[in-house]
Every structure is written in structure tokens, then in C-alpha cells.
Design a protein around this ligand. Structure first.
Ligand SMILES: Cc1cc2nc3c(=O)[nH]c(=O)nc-3n(C[C@H](O)[C@H](O)[C@H](O)COP(=O)(O)OP(=O)(O)OC[C@H]3O[C@@H](n4cnc5c(N)ncnc54)[C@H](O)[C@@H]3O)c2cc1C
Length: 258
């Protein structure tokens, strides 16, 4: 079985995350970048299956700036067998629609049986990429799974819901997205880091994938304004002098919170 795992480089969640007020994009120079933890967990799902199923091929796929090679190599060091990195200047500021088109084209080129993704990235937080890719491919989409089992025919799993857990199953090929309920990725050891340097890493452009970023061919979202989040105002402190409940209700009514 061939499994593609969608891995994404993001600004370090523990660092200072900023928007570039000129471009409206994440300011990647403002701090460190890391492989998004949820995508490392997605990789772990594929590798755990590969551990017990000989012949499983795991390919890490990313669409990211040209300088993101270290993050792609990390996916290889954790255990992916090969990687495909789509990098093109025309993708700067790519919206969800263009990203989905590009990633779907790359997936078609790799020709997997299964695609595993995170359910939500920590930077863009769109949460729709897996569904959009499934739509492009015409595949089933099993979203936000908190437990997954992969077989030669398909996948089964569980999606957490407010009132319980939903059992999910789908036949291959399928795009499946996972939540943080799944285990952390294994840590890349020295052997893995050295091996990663020799594993195949292909870098492709938009032209290689026959996808156009031209907004006259397909409508694209454009950023028309960006502004800094206003500083947080001081809160209201209610001291209970026997009338706290009334004051609380007044506050909620005044602020149209009830
Ligand atoms: C040059 C360049 C600059 C970019 N700059 C930014 C930026 O500043 N901010 C930003 O948010 N994005 C940036 N991207 C990436 C791209 O625009 C976003 O990934 C895309 O809009 C997806 O949005 P999301 O992360 O909200 O998706 P979500 O739907 O939240 O992602 C869900 C899952 O889909 C998969 N996925 C999403 N995006 C990618 C990807 N690019 N590659 C592989 N897997 C992916 C992951 O498994 C992720 O967990 C850049 C890309 C390039 C090539």
C-alpha cells in the first residue's frame, strides 16, 4: 500500500507568531518554524501501519516555501520513505483553493491508496484542506478521526462527537484526517537523521504539476486589508457585596451576551 502524508511547516506555536502587516501573510522571519505537530501525528499513523505491514510505502508531501527543506527532511528522519516538496514563487499567499488544487495534483502524480492529513493546521487553521482535496480527487473523506485502523481494503475509525463517538468506515482510496487524540510521532534518532539525507526528495514547480496560479483562470481569494489585533481592554471585576448576581446579569445584558 502507498500512503501519502500531508506535512506542513508552520511558525513555532511556542514562539512569537506574527502577521506581516504589509502582505497579510504569516511573518515566517519573526521566529522559528517547525513541522506542524498534528502532521507529525498523521505521519505516525502511517508509520505504525508500515511497521506491521511489509511493503507499505510512506511518502511525505508538502507545499511550502523553497527554504522549507529542513522540515521535509525531518519528516524523512521520522521515517517517511521519500518526500515530494512543491515549491514555487507563484504560491506565495496561496489561498485554500489553490493549495487544494496543487496538493491534489501532486497526490495524483504519486498515485497513493490512502492520504493522511491533520484536521487543522496551527497557522492557517482553515480546517478544510482534507475535504477540498478529497473533492478534487473524487475520493471518500473520513474527517477528524480520533482512532484509526488501516486494512488492505479500507479504513475504520472513530470520530469524537459532543454526545458520544461516531464509528466511521470507508473503502480505499480515501483521504483521512486525524485529531490530536492520536499518539505523538516517534522521535527521529541519529540513524534516521543520517538516513534522511539520502532518501529521495523531489522538488516540483507549478508547471511540473500543470497547475496555474493565474487568477483569471480560476477565482482566488485576495487579501484586501490586514490590521493588528487591538490590545486587550481591562476586564470588569465584580466584588460580591451581596449583589454580585445582579451585577453579573446587568453586565451580560449590557454586553448582549444573553
Ligand atoms: C511560498 C508559500 C508561502 C506560504 N505561506 C503561508 C503562510 O504564510 N501561512 C499559511 O497558513 N500558509 C502558508 N502557505 C501554505 C498554504 O497557503 C496553506 O497551507 C493553505 O492555505 C492551507 O491552509 P490551512 O493550513 O489553513 O489548511 P487546513 O485545512 O487547516 O490544514 C489541514 C491539514 O491539511 C494539510 N495541509 C494544509 N496545508 C498544507 C500544505 N501547504 N502542505 C501540506 N499539507 C498541508 C495538513 O495535513 C494540515 O494539517 C504557504 C505556502 C507557500 C508555498
Amino acid at each position: 500500500m502507498k500512503i501519502v502524508v500531508l506535512v506542513k511547516e508552520v511558525p513555532d506555536t511556542y514562539g512569537d507568531r506574527k502577521l506581516d502587516l504589509e502582505t497579510g501573510l504569516a511573518d515566517r522571519g519573526a521566529g522559528d518554524v517547525v513541522l506542524d505537530e498534528i502532521t507529525e501525528r498523521a505521519l505516525e499513523v502511517a508509520l505504525a501501519h508500515a511497521d506491521t505491514n511489509e511493503g507499505t510505502e510512506v511518502v511525505a508531501l508538502t507545499m511550502a516555501p523553497e527554504g522549507s527543506t529542513a522540515s521535509v527532511r525531518r519528516a524523512l528522519a521520522i521515517g517517511a520513505g521519500s518526500a515530494l516538496h512543491v515549491a514555487d514563487e507563484q504560491l506565495v499567499g496561496a489561498d485554500l483553493g489553490l493549495t487544494a488544487e496543487v496538493l491534489a495534483a501532486a497526490i495524483r502524480r504519486i498515485g497513493p491508496d490512502l492520504v493522511i492529513t491533520g484536521n487543522l493546521s496551527t497557522d492557517g487553521s482553515g480546517g478544510v484542506m482534507p475535504a477540498m482535496i478529497a473533492e478534487h480527487l473524487g475520493w471518500a473523506h473520513a474527517s477528524a478521526l480520533a482512532a484509526v485502523e488501516i486494512t488492505a481494503e479500507g479504513i475504520t475509525g472513530t470520530r469524537g462527537a459532543d454526545a458520544g463517538a461516531q464509528p466511521i468506515s470507508a473503502s480505499l482510496p480515501v483521504v483521512l484526517s486525524i485529531t490530536e487524540a492520536l499518539p505523538d510521532a516517534r522521535f527521529p534518532n541519529f540513524k534516521g537523521i543520517m538516513a534522511a539525507k539520502k532518501k529521495p526528495l523531489e522538488v516540483l514547480s507549478l508547471e511540473d504539476l500543470d497547475v496555474s496560479a493565474d487568477p483569471s483562470i480560476a477565482p482566488r481569494s485576495i487579501m484586501i486589508a490586514v490590521s493588528e489585533k487591538p490590545p486587550r481592554a481591562a476586564g470588569v471585576k465584580i466584588v460580591d457585596e451581596g449583589d454580585a448576581a445582579d451585577k453579573l446579569v446587568d453586565f451580560l445584558v449590557q454586553n448582549r451576551l444573553v
